[in-house]
Structures are given as structure tokens and as C-alpha cells.
Design a protein around this ligand. Structure first.
Ligand code: NAD
Length: 367
């Protein structure tokens, strides 16, 4: 089977890190009989500069036809003052919206070799393995009205709207319960049902889905503020965190910090399986375009390489190949290779392509 991957490097460090994932994909093509074709296109600031639009219709057409999209990062200070609909980040939001990617999966995994790099005590994070399942296409980022008006007295008034429907909550809850079955069989559902009606509906619907189909999975409710606290107090009590768009955005960055560096963390965004069995999917590192280190060969490529690993696992069903990549990364870290963001005394400092060289060598050794 030949898979079609659309590569969207984007801005800042995007092109450098995506190139490393491409090298890893090449290794799989050569050594593991992984058949794929790639197309590449522009997104974000570079697309705005070239076409006047952060996500063109032509690029979207390619994304809709691909088996998976591999995305780098978008944004940079030179585009900060653009109107809202031209900002680079709108490119990513359009991809998520048009591909209907409602489920965002973010693992927060602490590699043993990096437990000292976390700002928390090693015993708190060692062995940490959390999966955050965030609803991605609803909630306050998309709810209407979303506007700023001027009041008669000259003040401005800005409104965002938090909105969820039963169906939106049901489908993301199912994703979380199904993934929990493949892991520790525990789901913590996170909302603010004490002060928000959307939170109360969230809690009701999640329990209904659980009671109907997933009684074998343990379900706990946690208020979002308490979850933020538990993540730094005792994160290992958590297995799968199921939450909405806004809380998921915040909690997943907090969880990222537990693991030492955002340069390490991949993500997957999935849509609903169509009648033809195809499931739209976009894979990307959780970090941004890191303009401060762009073009210098310093970026940590591991988050993007592991995003390709998630693509192998979730889009192409190549679980063994994905596990092999996790092991290669683990080995390279255990051998002491570090990019600047995760550097520790006594370790070997490497750049973006040096880290990939080491991972490719580890893949050779492990396969
Ligand atoms: P950022 O994630 O780009 O960078 C935060 C810090 O982490 C920086 O010091 C950066 O050097 C470092 N960092 C990030 N990725 C790294 C890597 N792979 N290796 C080593 N160090 C790394 O966040 P920011 O600085 O808040 O945002 C920069 C730009 O990226 C902004 O324009 C923002 O809007 C955009 N952004 C894009 C996305 C996305 O494309 N998905 C996500 C977040 C931010």
C-alpha cells in the first residue's frame, strides 16, 4: 500500500524539523517496506507572503486528498500585526476546521534519560505517561458571537462564546475511552461544571457515553483548576485526560513542561472515519515556530520525528514501526545525545541534523 503524505513545513524552524521527519520516513521506506509519496505546499506566514493567504484553497484540496498531513509550525513576529484572518495561525485553524479534526491527541511522556530535565522533582515525573485528548473544533475558539463592539460610552466590549453540543461531546468522549482501553483504562474528564453550563452538559454526556459503552474504563471527573494543580502535584495518577478545546490547550502545555522540553512532544489531530475507511489526520509537534532559533540548525527535531511516529501508529496502523521509533529515540537519549533545549552537564550536544543522524543510527541498530 502506498500512502500519500502532504508535507507542510510552514515558518521559522518548521522547514528544518520537517526535513528531519522526512529523513526518518526515508529510512522506513528503505528498511521497512513503507511505501509513501509526498507532496509539499506552503502554509502560514510563507503562504501569506506568496499567495496573500495563510491557507490557500489549492493547499486545502491537497490536504483533503492526503492520507496524512505532516505539519511543521507557523507564525513569527513579522506577521503579528496582520488582520486576524490573514495571520499564519489561521492556516492551521483552517486545516483543523476543513478536515474536521475534532480529536487532538497529545502524549506527555517522560523519557527516563530526561527525568532530571524537568522543573519538577525526578521522582514526580519519572515514568510519566499521560495522554491528553482535547476537543479541537468546538468550544470558545469557534463559538459565535465572537466580536468586539464599541459601547455608547466609548469603551470596547469583547465577546467569545463557549458552546458545545451533545454530539460534539459524545464523539470526543468515545475517542478518549477507546484509547484508554489500549492504555491504563482510566479517563479523567475535565471541565468546570461548577460554574459553566457547558461544563455541566460535558459531565452529563461523558457519563452517559461511559455508562452505555465503556463501563470497563474507570471514569473520574476533575474540575479544570484542580486538574492543573494535580498535574504538578502528582501527575502519575493521571492516565487519559479528556477535555475541551480551551482547557486542553492550557493543560497540554502544562503537561509538556513536566517532560522537560516542548521540543520533545508530538501530537496527532484526527477526524471521523469516512465510509471509505479513511480518517483525516494531521501530525505536528506541539511547539511553535521558535523564531529565536530558526535557521541555525539548533532546533530539537524529536517532537516532529515522534509526530511521524504517531502517523505510523494511527494513520497507517504500523504499530511495530512506531514502537521501534520510540525505542530509537529512547536509546539516543540514553546514549547522552542532547539538543540545546534539553542539554545537561556531561552530555553530547548535537544540532538538529546531528540528533537525526543519531536516531537513524539507533534505528539501524535496533532493526
Ligand atoms: P514556541 O513554541 O515557538 O517557542 C517557545 C520557546 O521554546 C522558544 O524559546 C523556542 O526557542 C523553544 N522551542 C520551541 N520549539 C523548540 C524546538 N523544537 N527545539 C528547541 N527549542 C524549541 O512558542 P512562541 O515563542 O510562543 O511562539 C513563536 C511563534 O510560533 C508565534 O508566532 C506563535 O504564534 C507560533 N506558534 C505556532 C504554533 C503552531 O504552529 N502549531 C504553536 C504555538 C505557537
Amino acid at each position: 500500500m502506498t500512502y500519500k503524505i502532504l508535507i507542510l513545513p510552514g515558518d521559522g524552524i518548521g522547514p528544518e524539523i520537517v526535513e528531519q521527519a522526512r529523513r526518518v520516513a526515508g529510512w522506513y521506506a528503505k528498511n521497512r517496506n513503507f511505501g509513501f509519496t509526498t507532496e509539499e505546499d506552503l502554509v502560514g506566514g510563507i503562504s501569506y507572503e506568496t499567495h496573500g493567504d495563510p491557507a490557500t484553497d489549492a493547499m486545502m484540496k491537497k490536504a483533503l486528498a492526503a492520507d496524512a498531513v505532516l505539519f511543521g509550525a507557523v507564525g513569527g513576529p513579522q506577521w503579528d500585526k496582520l488582520p486576524f484572518d490573514k495571520k499564519p495561525e489561521r492556516g492551521l485553524l483552517r486545516l483543523r476546521g476543513d478536515l474536521k479534526l475534532f480529536a487532538n491527541l497529545r502524549p506527555a511522556l517522560c523519557f527516563d534519560a530526561l527525568k532530571d530535565a524537568s522543573t519538577l522533582k525526578p521522582e514526580i515525573v519519572s515514568g510519566l505517561d499521560i495522554l491528553i485528548v482535547r476537543e479541537l473544533t468546538g468550544g470558545v475558539y469557534f463559538g459565535q458571537p465572537k466580536e468586539t463592539t464599541t459601547l455608547p460610552d466609548g469603551q470596547k466590549r469583547a465577546v467569545d462564546t463557549q458552546v458545545y453540543t451533545t454530539g460534539e461531546i459524545e464523539r470526543i468522549a468515545r475517542v478518549a475511552f477507546e484509547l484508554a482501553r489500549l492504555r491504563g483504562k482510566r479517563v479523567a474528564s475535565v471541565e468546570k461544571s461548577n460554574v459553566m453550563v457547558t461544563g455541566a452538559l460535558w459531565r452529563d454526556v461523558v457519563h452517559r457515553v461511559h455508562d452505555a459503552q465503556f463501563r470497563d474504563v474507570q471514569l473520574t471527573d476533575i474540575l479544570a483548576d484542580n486538574c492543573a494543580m494535580q498535574l504538578v502535584r502528582a501527575p502519575k495518577q493521571l492516565d487519559v485526560i479528556l477535555t475541551d478545546n480551551l482547557f486542553g490547550d492550557i493543560l497540554s502545555d502544562e503537561a509538556a513542561q513536566l517532560t522537560g522540553s516542548i521540543g520533545m512532544l508530538p501530537s496527532a489531530s484526527l477526524g471521523a472515519k469516512g465510509a471509505n475507511g479513511r480518517q483525516p489526520a494531521l501530525y505536528e509537534p506541539i511547539h511553535g515556530s521558535a523564531p529565536d532559533i530558526a535557521g541555525q540548525g539548533l532546533a530539537n527535531p524529536i517532537a516532529t520525528i515522534l509526530s511521524f511516529g504517531m502517523c505510523l501508529r494511527y494513520s497507517f496502523g504500523r504499530v511495530e514501526d512506531a514502537t521501534l521509533l520510540d525505542k530509537a529515540v529512547e536509546r539516543v537519549l540514553a546514549e547522552g545525545y542532547r539538543t540545546g533545549d534539553i542539554m545537561q552537564p556531561g552530555m553530547t550536544k548535537v544540532g538538529t541534523s546531528g540528533m537525526t543522524d543519531a536516531i537513524l543510527k539507533a534505528l539501524d541498530g535496533l532493526s
